[in-house]
Design a protein around this ligand. Structure first.
Ligand SMILES: C[S@@+](CC[C@H](N)C(=O)[O-])C[C@H]1O[C@@H](n2cnc3c(N)ncnc32)[C@H](O)[C@@H]1O
Length: 316
């Protein structure tokens, strides 16, 4: 666990991020409003996953739309800071839990051989503590955490082998599947899931001139103006995927997506960092899905109506 000194540093950094993320937060707020307008007004209960310090969450819009909001994060202290930023704290509840079920601060990969690490990763069976949550929600939001869930493994430099990359990629998919199954269980009929994540990294090293593949492709495609991203992203998305530009953990696996109906997608450029040496912009992917339960129940109603009417007509 973090010492209080490093926690203190983390809080100072989080306050800095509050400013850095303000534009992103504003845009997420606009997206939530668009989604709300298009789905017949969001209201009721919201569940915010990876809520952390609330840097990427338009808190005032959550307060405006929802009667109850449950904030979830593994970092209990960050949620205390989130609550301090709210103006109606009575609307909020917090829950500290591990979305993966395999977070283990005591495991030290440096004590293990590459073969042991690979075995360890392959044997992990994710079991999200979302299973502890009961009830149902009108709106569930994934707040930019899915690319972090396996970062403990992906940050190791073992590694570089194709086998290792495949193992952590598979672990990331197993983890997301497990989380999305829980989300599906918790989403009300007609409910909305909003998945927000960093998707492509556009980085440039001013000293060496090196740039990421995503930047090489997207800058000329947008006429060197990333505000044009929405015009070209559908055309370039398959190429970027083929070139391996998507950040691991950003796109949920196909099995997860089958649980929901597609609703709306948004791509926003987000300037993360510009130092003397590096320029980094992320393309964030914000995707809204609708619960399938709605359609199924509607279909069931339609089927019932159909058989009712066909019986009446038969009688006549
Ligand atoms: C990049 S941050 C997202 C920013 C965050 N919403 C904020 O505004 O501070 C990812 C968040 O996911 C949380 N997180 C990472 N791994 C987690 C896990 N296994 N279970 C629950 N939350 C986790 C982190 O504690 C962090 O708050």
């Amino acid at each position: 666990m973090l010492t209080s000194k490093s926690k203190q540093k983390e809080i100072v950094y989080a306050n800095h991020l509050w400013k850095v993320w303000s534009d992103f937060r504003y845009r997420i707020g606009e997206i939530i409003k668009i989604v709300s307008d298009n789905c017949g007004q969001l209201s009721g209960k919201a569940l915010i996953l990876g809520a952390g310090y609330g840097n990427d969450v338009p808190i005032e819009i959550l307060e405006e739309l929802f009667e109850e909001v449950l904030l979830v994060d593994i970092d209990e202290e960050s949620l205390v800071h989130f609550i301090k930023k709210t103006s109606c704290p009575e609307k909020f509840k917090t829950m500290s839990l591990d979305l993966t079920g395999f977070y283990n601060p005591n495991i030290n990969l440096n004590d293990m051989s590459n073969k042991e690490i690979l075995e360890y990763i392959r044997n992990i069976v994710p079991s999200s503590e979302l299973s502890r949550i009961e009830g149902s929600f009108d709106f569930i939001m994934n707040c930019n955490y899915t690319t972090q869930l396996i970062s403990y493994f992906s940050n190791r430099n073992v590694r570089g082998s194709v086998e290792y990359t495949r193992a952590i990629n598979e672990l990331s998919n197993r983890t997301m599947n497990d989380i999305f199954v829980n989300i599906e269980r918790l989403l009300k009929p007609g409910g909305i899931l909003l998945h927000s994540t960093d998707l492509f990294e556009l980085s440039f090293d001013k000293k060496t001139g090196a740039e990421s593949i995503a930047r090489k492709i997207l800058l000329p495609a947008t006429d060197y103006n990333l505000d044009n991203l929405y015009k070209v992203i559908d055309e370039y998305f398959p190429l970027l995927q083929e070139k391996g530009c998507t950040i691991m953990g950003s796109i949920p696996p196909k099995e997860s997506l089958l649980l929901f109906n597609e609703f709306k997608s948004f791509f926003i450029p987000w300037k993360y960092d510009s130092s003397d040496r590096y320029e980094v912009t992320y393309v964030a992917y914000i995707k809204a899905w609708k619960s399938k339960k709605n359609d199924d129940s509607q279909n069931a109603i339609k089927e019932k109506k159909h058989s009712f009417f066909s019986r009446i007509f038969r009688k006549k």
